[in-house]
Design a protein around this ligand. Structure first.
Ligand SMILES: CC(C)(COP(=O)(O)OP(=O)(O)OC[C@H]1O[C@@H](n2cnc3c(N)ncnc32)[C@H](O)[C@@H]1OP(=O)(O)O)[C@@H](O)C(=O)NCCC(=O)NCCS
Length: 177
């Protein structure tokens, strides 16, 4: 009966805590340009927390790579306006990539401050965990800067534990799957 409302796999229309509707869906090549445009709206701190480094821009090459994940080893979701890819503004991106030679998946996530604190980060992280479990990975890991209280709190609440990271100034968060 609800067939007409059925969305493709990994597509979910969700309501943020402020009432705004967003679509969580796999990233598409057409998202590259909106992603590059959105990057210009990010603050230096958001960029540092996500990339653990400074970055003046999201190069076309990097945007192309981010929007064309290798389906065997990578999975990337966006939290976007419910409009066709290319038109939709993208407010969040979350990605997991299998670390070569291991059963670990390494995640990264960035939710723009325009929709931060409204539940998108938790929704995206839950789906990364689900994908990693489906891939029969053993662990989901991520490097988080020590001063990144929001991400550390989110990771704690999802059951991640903390380990030492090889990246200076960062903690490794680990979820056994
Ligand atoms: C960390 C981040 C992904 C959280 O996304 P978000 O959409 O704002 O998170 P949510 O609204 O889903 O909140 C989830 C949980 O995160 C924690 N959290 C979010 N914002 C927080 C804040 N300002 N202070 C403390 N904890 C916070 C809370 O535990 C919250 O759970 P609660 O709502 O039940 O209290 C987002 O802030 C972000 O992208 N930051 C910059 C990039 C980054 O740090 N990436 C992580 C390293 S890869």
């Amino acid at each position: 009966m609800a067939a007409r409302n059925r969305l493709p796999p990994w597509h979910d229309q969700i309501r943020l805590t402020n009432g705004r509707e967003i679509l969580i869906r796999p990233v598409r090549p057409d998202d590259a340009e909106p992603l590059r445009a959105g990057f210009g709206l990010l603050g230096p701190e958001e960029i540092r927390q996500r990339f653990l480094d400074r970055m003046p821009e999201l190069s076309a090459e990097m945007a192309n790579r981010l929007t064309r994940p290798d389906p065997k080893t990578e999975f990337a979701l966006v939290a976007a306006e419910p409009l066709p890819p290319g038109e939709a503004l993208v407010g969040g991106v979350a990605r997991v990539a299998v670390v070569p030679g291991t059963r670990d998946g390494e995640f990264t996530i960035l939710v723009s401050r325009y929709i931060a604190g409204l539940g998108a980060g938790r929704q995206l992280m839950r789906r990364l965990v689900r994908w990693a479990k489906g891939k029969k990975l053993e662990r989901l890991v991520g490097d988080v800067l020590e001063d990144n209280q929001p991400m550390l709190a989110l990771a704690d609440s999802l059951g991640f534990r903390r380990e030492t990271s090889d990246t200076p100034g960062a903690v490794r968060v680990v979820l056994d799957l």
